[in-house]
Design a protein around this ligand. Structure first.
Ligand code: SIN
Length: 281
């Protein structure tokens, strides 16, 4: 498929495409940025290969798609709050993003996207999975869609940050665990409408969604567990094999993703920016 300058090659039936013919470290013209954005809307996650990006160019490319988001749970743990270095060392018991999730959905306006750049990757292992939540929604029965319409869910960061989550003893990438940390909670609709495409999608995830509004966690669990697992049925997913210099740019409004914790004896170092989003409707 030929666009103005870029070549977009899907990598799976439902989600994910590689973009070729572009060096994202350059000051790209508006048409190329528009075409990358369109590819993102069409494929939910796009990938680039063989890129060379220092942190400043990484931020500059990200800013072409919106303001940079500062992650509240990494404040003070990283040298530059606008980028998060995600490091996995051999022996780490936990890694960032090892459950199916959309990023940072405990805030009222979750990021619209994230741009992850591979600095050092294992020779094998450490892939990332992505799942298309339009398709997850569309595959539900009419009865289930009707039941979910109007339902809202609580999203909290208590499982991924703060003293009780106790992440820092188990992994190299540190989050806030100080005594001043406070849980952030927001409610979002269970069926959301993508602000650019207007398509409906399923909006719950393992890391952040605790229960439905107006129900207890115990009451919510059976339906929530079903929706969480349904959201990553294999036919909604793609799997990305990283190389040094690869980039994944995902639309956080419609993708869930999971970092596979199988890098064994190898180090894996990534750098991530996040781009501000809007209220989920
Ligand atoms: C993330 O969840 O943002 C990290 C994904 C990865 O490291 O592959």
């Amino acid at each position: 498929m030929r666009n103005s300058q870029i070549e977009v090659r899907p990598i799976a039936g439902s989600i994910g495409a590689e973009i070729h013919g572009v060096d994202v470290s350059q000051n790209l013209d508006d048409r190329t940025i528009r075409d990358i954005r369109q590819a993102l809307l069409d494929h939910c996650v796009v990938f680039f290969r063989n890129q060379t990006l220092d942190a400043e160019r990484h931020k500059a490319f990200s800013r072409r798609f919106g303001k940079l988001f500062i992650h509240p749970n990494y404040k003070g743990t990283q040298a530059d709050p606008e980028v998060i270095q995600i490091t996995r060392e051999p022996g780490d018991k936990k890694i960032v993003g090892e459950e199916w999730h959309a990023d940072t959905t405990m805030v009222s306006e979750p990021p619209m996207g994230a741009i992850l750049y591979a600095i050092e990757v294992p020779p094998y292992g450490g892939d990332t999975l992505f799942a298309n939540q339009y398709q997850a929604y569309e595959a539900l029965s009419d009865g289930m869609k009707k039941m979910l319409g109007g339902l809202k869910a609580f999203h909290s960061d208590r499982k991924v940050a703060g003293p009780a989550a106790a992440m820092n003893a188990q992994r190299s990438t540190k989050v806030r665990e100080d005594a001043d940390w406070r849980e952030t909670v927001s409610t979002h609709p269970v069926v959301a409408t993508h602000p650019e495409t207007g398509r409906k999608l399923l909006y719950v995830n393992h890391s952040y969604t605790n229960c439905f509004e107006g129900m207890t966690e115990v009451e919510s669990k059976p339906l929530l567990d079903f929706l969480l697992d349904h959201g990553h049925r294999p036919e909604f997913t793609c799997r990305f094999r990283w190389e040094t210099g690869s980039i994944a740019f995902w639309d956080n409004r419609v993708c869930k993703h999971l970092a596979i914790h199988d890098a064994g004896p190898f180090r894996r170092i990534m750098r991530r920016t996040q781009i501000c989003g809007t209220r989920v409707v």
